[in-house]
Ligand binder design. Structure first.
Ligand code: ADP
Length: 671
């Protein structure tokens, strides 16, 4: 062998050595530039070689790692597993596995290790060679995904609503705990069912179609689910189409609404009961008001007759108090009747052509009486552009104005009351007007202002309060303003005065059909209304003796007509329907009847027929009966004459026409 060695030329050996060196350098370069971590471990489990990449992965320089035991770079909790793995590897097998390494900064670097065991010539364990791939990012993403999955799964499991996913055949793929509870299945059993098993037969076909076509897949609706025991549970169902492994699937969330349904039933029953109670109360109030009014009319009529007698001053004083008290009682009953009609939604507005100026004039005439007694100024201003020929319910408009104006007078000791009207907006057919009533009275504290429009509310609720009243006027006015398409409100300063305002929408009369009296009210300078009093052509003496029965159901029309008659010098008693009129005419020798046509219980036509009937118990069956009828209803006139009425005047009644009519019939009437 040695002789052989001698014959190998020096140059060849040198070349072989150089080749080896070259090859080693090449491999070293590959190892150094490789994109994987590469290392060699000696038989003592220490790093014998570390490439730059691996050092970078763990945050070291290769020198810092060389010679150190590999366990230095392993997390303590992973050591048992690591050592067991080493043990396995010393016995020979190469392997590929995932392993965490501790970086220099203590953070974690996840790697896939591909290791090959090295043996010496004697076949003993001499260390290992390994390539390490950094999979930290992938691991982190996987962890984040796992965490997020866990989070959502926990949420789904904790949700009180049943949540489930089915595939397109309706088979349950996922169900949460609440779904099992709601449907009374174990999770395994439910997962072996299809959605049709939890639906009543009537709904199953629809669900099957929806799943097949996925039409209307995203929707919410009330449905019903069937439990394992056959009982049903009402649910609010939300469904969405989702994708599951590339195929369409259905996600459903079903909320058990048993309690809500029961509450709805209880509430509906309670509401119906409350409505029935309110209706019963309103009907009772309406009936009572009618019943109370009948004897009250008798009382008022009799007091009137009594006052016509030759009474001494003291007796007259008593009779006057009785008269005022019974009138107050009557107006209170009228208010209660109105409120009960409003609550029973039975109050309807009339639709009449009317002249706004006339209505305002009637109202101010009515209020002027009390205002004058208290020494208060009463002014009415109408903005010139306010249209006057309107269509609506003048009686109810007057009622609001009289309520507000009456309060203004009641709560003001000195100063003035101003009623003003302005145009808020208009179009060809309609005008929205704003009415306001201002006073210089006691005012209303800010914190009490809100409650005033509720029934029976007053600023001073004490039993010893100074001002009378029931607290109904504003509640009624609010409803009326709303019925007229408007609103009501107030501005007030305690001690300074109040302004109550309301808006209302009226139709405008078409230009060619103006039927309201254009002459009875005029606007003077600055829009103030001038008042004129028409009187019938009968002697003053005769007038004092004449007694008129006014039959009218609308309380405010009653007041207005009464005020007109009073101004003409007549005394009038008021009843609110035909039945009351027939009764009154049996007791009291009236001279003339002013009869409204439409009234509750008995209308004007029937009442007239009763009075005229042969054998009628009326004291004077031939008494003149003047119908007060709405011009809008042309057929009314014929019906009036047919029913036996003597004549008719158009509503809303105008002072001048009324005076002429009374002059005509009272002069004819043979007294
Ligand atoms: P009534 O006047 O019959 O009590 P209303 O509903 O008309 O009923 O009014 C309710 C309350 O509102 C009155 O009692 C009063 O306290 C207050 N009020 C109404 N108008 C005025 C006003 N112009 N000035 C001061 N207080 C008023």
């Amino acid at each position: 062998m040695e002789a052989l060695e001698l014959v190998v030329p020096i140059t060849e050996r040198k070349r072989a050595k150089e080749k080896l060196q070259e090859s080693e350098a090449r491999y070293r370069r590959i190892v150094e530039t490789a994109n994987e971590g590469i290392m060699m471990m000696d038989s003592q489990f220490r790093y014998a070689f570390v490439n730059q990449k691996l050092a970078n992965m763990l945050g070291y320089q290769p020198d810092e790692m060389l010679g150190r035991p590999v366990t230095t770079f392993i997390f303590e909790e992973d050591l048992p597993d690591h050592l067991a793995n080493m043990e396995k590897r010393t016995s020979g097998a190469g392997a590929q596995y995932e392993r965490r390494h501790r970086r220099k900064d203590g953070s974690c670097c996840w790697t896939i290790v591909s290791a090959t065991v090295l043996k010496d010539d004697a076949g003993r364990f001499a260390g290992s060679f390994a390539m390490l791939t950094d999979i930290t990012k992938r691991k982190q993403a996987e962890d984040a995904l796992k965490e997020s999955e866990l989070r959502f799964r926990t949420m789904v499991e904790m949700a009180p609503d049943a949540i489930f996913i089915t595939d397109q055949t309706g088979a349950f793929i996922e169900v949460n705990e609440a779904a099992c509870k709601q449907l009374r299945y174990t999770r395994e059993k439910l997962l072996s069912r299809r959605v049709f098993d939890i639906l009543p037969a009537s709904l199953a076909a629809k669900a099957s179609l929806r799943l097949k076509t996925m039409v209307n897949a995203d929707s919410s609706y009330e449905s019903c689910h069937m439990r394992s025991d056959g009982t049903q549970v009402p649910v609010e169902l939300n469904i969405r189409k989702i994708m599951l492994n590339g195929n369409p699937a259905m996600l459903g969330i079903a909320r058990d609404i048993t309690e809500r349904k029961q509450t709805e039933i209880v509430l509906r029953e309670a509401k119906e009961a409350a409505e029935a109670a309110t209706r019963a109360k309103s009907e009772f109030l309406a009936n009572m008001s009618h019943e109370i009014r009948t004897p009250l009319n008798g009382i008022i009529g009799m007091i009137g007759l009594l006052m016509d007698m030759d009474l001494n001053a003291e007796q007259l004083g008593y009779a006057e108090i009785a008269h005022i008290s019974s009138e107050t009682l009557l107006s209170l009953i009228n208010d209660i009747l109105d409120l009960s009609k409003i609550e029973a939604r039975k109050l309807e507005l009339e639709i009449l052509d009317f002249n706004l100026l006339t209505t305002l004039k009637d109202t101010t005439d009515l209020l002027a009486i009390d205002a004058h007694e208290k020494g208060l100024e009463l002014v009415c201003l109408v903005e010139p552009k306010v249209p006057s020929f309107l269509r609506g319910d003048p009686g109810r408009l007057r009622q609001i104005l009289v309520n507000l104006g009456g309060n203004a007078v009641k709560f003001t000791e000195k100063g003035e009351i101003m009623i003003s009207v302005c145009l808020e907006s208009e179009n060809r057919n309609e005008a929205k007007l704003c009415f306001s009533v201002s006073d210089t009275g006691i005012g209303i504290p800010a914190k009490r202002q809100d409650i005033l429009f509720s029934p029976f509310s007053q600023v001073d609720g004490s039993t010893t309060r100074k001002y009378g009243g029931t607290g109904l006027g504003l509640a009624i006015s609010k409803h009326l303003a709303e019925l007229m398409g408007g609103k009501i409100g107030l501005e007030s300063k305690e001690g300074k005065g109040s302004t109550f305002w309301f808006t209302a929408v009226f139709e405008k009369q078409p230009a060619g059909s103006r039927s309201a009296d254009e002459t009875s009210a005029k606007i003077g300078d600055e829009g103030a209304i001038e008042r004129s009093a028409a009187k019938p052509s009968i002697s003053e003496d005769d007038m004092l003796k004449i007694c008129i029965l006014l039959v009218e159901d609308n309380p405010i029309n009653q007041k207005v007509a009464q005020a007109m008659l009073k101004k003409m010098g007549f005394r009038a008693d008021v009843v609110a329907n035909g039945k009351e009129a027939v009764n009154a005419l049996k007791m009291i020798p009236y001279d003339l009847v002013l009869m409204d046509c439409q009234m509750p219980l008995m209308d004007g036509f029937e009442a007239t027929r009763c009075i005229r009937l042969q054998g009628s118990k009326a004291l004077n069956p031939r008494i003149p009966i003047i119908a007060m009828t709405a011009l809008a209803m042309q057929g009314d006139r014929e019906m009036c004459i047919q029913a036996g009425m003597s004549d008719f005047i158009a509503k809303p009644v105008q002072q001048r026409e009324l005076a002429e009519m009374l002059g005509k019939w009272l002069a004819i009437n043979d007294r």
